[in-house]
Design a protein around this ligand. Structure first.
Ligand SMILES: *Cc1c(COP(=O)(O)O)cnc(C)c1O
Length: 376
């Protein structure tokens, strides 16, 4: 918790649940990434938190932006981002979204299939395109599965086709999975994609860009490697594969930029046991899976929880949200323990909750309002 957030909570006691985020911390995280990977251009993944205050601060830092929809493209432009600083990184785009982005000056698009390439050739003629390669997501707490990316062989065919279709075959990309906790995942992916890069260059394609995606982790309940470890591993692997012929490097961090900058202030609604003899207490908060904590699905992201009774005796708990849905359980199997003194009405904080929360909150399930947001 930053001093600014602590002061705000103490003075304002805002109604819960709410996200409180320190925008200065966003800037610090952005600068840390820039320091550790000075050769890489940073495209902030807008979906992690599209708040205007965050986009404005990043525009001021000359960040570029990875947008996944026309609406995100517009949000970037409206806060002052130049169209040349925007990449339309979703490989799944409606024709109207491609047309809208192209009309507003965006000329960099991702794809991973022939049909998407055909859409781009038709509705964004001459645009720079990059092909997303399917890589292992092992080591990621929030993997992106097999939903995106294509094989090296197919990518080669598609990149050659892109040039024939009048597009500019600009580069290659991958994503090692979100909350990636191992540097090894980047090394392996770079090796795989660099080989294709060289192959295509030898085939006469004028490739210029390697997009290493996002995935950089935030400290939740468990420790993760420092960001410099990722920077070092990436630079070592890139140098090993490209030597003096280093292509333009792009990274698309989302979680790392905003995750640690904010916390969720919540209230304990109820503490009970299914039976008085049961050692496990059920703790119900006023925020849950439908209030923004979507990434607790499968107990994937494990937020650290601060209570007013920390330092006193604890016992095992299951932690759930306030709605009537049986899926609205955050943690049952992750060995969470909370103070025995915890009781309804207590205020608790979920730390490092600045990413992938506000936009995941449901509209009015059970009548609960979407998550309130404060940017300091
Ligand atoms: C979600 C996403 C990112 C951001 O990932 P993080 O793990 O939050 O850094 C970057 N690039 C693409 C294409 C994405 O879909």
């Amino acid at each position: 918790m930053t001093p600014k957030i602590a002061r705000f909570l103490a003075r304002q006691q805002p109604a819960t649940p709410c996200l409180v985020l320190d925008v200065d911390r966003v800037e610090e995280n952005f600068r840390a990434l820039r320091r550790t990977l000075p050769l890489a251009r940073i495209y902030y993944a807008v979906k992690a938190n599209p708040a205007r205050q965050i986009l404005e601060r990043l525009v001021g830092l000359s960040s570029s932006f990875d947008a996944a929809s026309f609406e995100e493209v517009e949000a970037c432009l409206d806060t002052g981002a130049r169209p040349e600083a925007i990449s339309f990184g979703n490989t799944i785009k409606k024709v109207t979204a491609i047309q809208g982005a192209f009309r507003r000056g965006v000329t960099l698009f991702a794809f991973d299939s022939i049909e998407e390439l055909e859409k781009l050739a038709k509705h964004a003629p001459g645009a720079r395109v990059y092909c997303r390669i399917l890589v292992e997501n092992e080591g990621a707490d929030w993997p992106l599965s097999r939903k995106f990316g294509t094989t090296v062989d197919n990518a080669k065919t598609l990149m050659i086709r892109a040039g024939e279709m009048g597009l500019d075959p600009y580069g290659l990309s991958f994503h090692v999975g979100s909350q990636q906790t191992t540097t090894r995942a980047y090394e392996i992916a770079i090796g795989k994609v660099a080989m294709l890069f060289t192959d295509l260059t030898d085939a006469g394609i004028n490739l210029r860009m390697m997009n290493l995606g996002g995935g950089f982790p935030v400290r939740y309940r468990d420790d993760v490697p420092e960001i410099d470890r990722f920077g070092d591993a990436i630079m070592t692997a890139m140098t090993e594969h490209f030597g003096n012929n280093m292509p333009e490097m792009v990274i698309e961090p989302g979680r790392f930029v905003v995750g640690g900058a904010g916390l969720i202030s919540a209230e304990v609604v109820l503490v009970c046991r299914r039976d008085p003899s049961d050692p496990v207490r059920w703790v119900y908060l006023d925020i849950g899976r439908f209030g923004g904590l979507a990434e607790t699905e499968g107990e994937a992201i494990k937020y650290a929880i601060v209570t007013p009774h920390d330092g006193t005796a604890t016992g095992p708990v299951a932690i759930a949200g306030p709605t009537c849905d049986g899926a609205d359980i955050m943690y049952e199997r992750s060995n969470y323990r909370l103070p025995l003194a915890l009781t309804s009405g207590d205020r608790v904080e979920l730390l490092s909750a600045g990413a992938y929360v506000t936009t995941y909150a449901s509209q009015r399930f059970n009548g609960f309002a979407p998550l309130a947001e404060y940017y300091l």
